[in-house]
Ligand binder design. Structure first.
Ligand code: IPM
Ligand code: MG
Length: 360
């Protein structure tokens, strides 16, 4: 089959890691007889440099014409990059929020699991890790504090700022259904995370999630307050299957969960809308400090490409092949610097990409 895949190479290490993921996708094409037609598009800092703005109508239009988009990371060093001298709505991150909203990518799927081969990288003690953990964070991505009304103003001579956390029941219902759908294919447990002891938006969240749960009698639902969840993630990560939560809580908890795995360079993510379209990106940032040195870990982007094959192109066999190739390379002891441990062989970004591609 022929597919149209958008590539947003992005900033920092973005171009390097996307190149390696493309290498692996090309190997998938060759092996399984598909044709991927790639289309480069700009977002974030690269778009600011070329067009003066972090997101253009052209990028939105081109992304809409693709079956899926694979992205590196965007953004630079906030202390040194000229992009951060611009007003907030013109900075790289605004481009990312803009494309999420423009493409209605409300469901952000962020898996966090412990690779058997990388157990040593996990900062938790063995007795806490137990038999390992494997969770998916389902983060709402186009609502809440990120998109509510905000302003900064002066009142009685005092600088004052306000951000608004707003959700309607439809927004909650559609993300909840996604969480239950995924849980159904996994260990059949949803932990819905909120702050219902304080926030109205969380009380509505809880009520709507309970309504949705009635459609899924085979899936267990529990509610957890977000502060407790932050604690439970380091106390007993194995208890979680699917964590369902709103935008801001999901931003924070997904970073925490990825740190708990000890190998953020391995974690992929997907941002999905109501269609099969998705935007796929590694969970880590653009790491400008190591950009251009051929030392970044491309595996999270390669695994994001696997998610793209699975969710947007419905190519399960091909996705399995990519994931198995990554596992095989790790098993043989190849590591980039970030996941290096004793007795393993250190390889560069490009070597890692070629190794995975060779195993497809
Ligand atoms: C993420 C990032 C973004 C977010 C930033 C870059 C705006 O932290 O994807 O988690 O907060 O959503
Ligand atoms: Mg984040």
């Amino acid at each position: 089959m022929e597919y149209k895949i958008g590539l947003i190479r992005g900033d920092g290490i973005g171009p390097e890691i996307v190149n390696e993921a493309k290498k692996v996708l090309d190997a998938v094409c060759a092996k399984y007889g598909h044709a991927f037609c790639y289309r480069d598009m700009l977002l974030g800092g690269a778009s600011i440099d070329a067009n003066g703005v972090p997101l253009t109508e052209e990028t939105i239009r081109e992304a809409k014409a693709c079956d899926a988009v694979l992205m590196g990371s965007i953004g630079g060093d906030a202390n040194t990059s000229p992009w951060y001298k611009l007003e907030p709505s013109k900075r790289p991150e605004a481009g990312l929020l803009g494309i999420r909203k423009a493409l209605n990518l409300f469901a952000n799927v962020r898996p966090a699991y412990l690779y058997e081969e990388l157990k040593e990288a996990c900062p938790l003690r063995d007795e806490v890790i137990g038999r390992g953990f494997d969770m998916v964070i389902m983060r709402e991505l186009t609502g809440g504090l990120y998109f509510g009304e905000r302003k900064t103003y002066e009142e009685n001579g005092l600088r004052t700022a306000v951000d608004t956390l707003v959700y309607n029941e439809n927004e909650i219902r559609r993300i909840a259904r996604r969480a239950f759908d995924i849980a159904r294919k996994r260990r059949k447990k949803v932990t819905s995370v909120d702050k219902a002891n304080v926030l109205d938006s969380s009380r509505l969240w809880r009520a709507v999630v309970e309504e949705v749960a009635e459609e899924y009698p085979d899936v267990a639902l529990e509610h957890m307050l977000v502060d407790n969840c932050a604690m439970q993630l380091v106390k007993d990560p194995g208890q979680f299957d699917v964590i369902l939560t709103e935008n801001m809580f999901g931003d924070i908890l997904s970073d925490e969960a990825s740190m708990v795995t000890g190998s953020i360079g391995m974690l992929s993510s997907a941002s999905l809308n109501e269609t099969s379209f998705g935007l796929y990106e590694p969970s880590h940032g653009s790491a400008p400090d190591i950009a251009g040195q051929n030392i970044a870990n491309p595996l999270a982007t390669i695994l994001s490409a696997a998610m793209l094959l699975r969710y947007s192109l419905n190519l399960d066999k091909e996705a399995d092949a990519v994931e198995a190739a990554v596992k095989a390379v790790l098993k043989e002891g190849y590591r980039t610097g970030d996941i290096m441990s004793e007795g393993c062989r250190k390889v560069s970004t490009t070597e890692m990409g070629s190794l995975v591609a060779s195993k497809i």
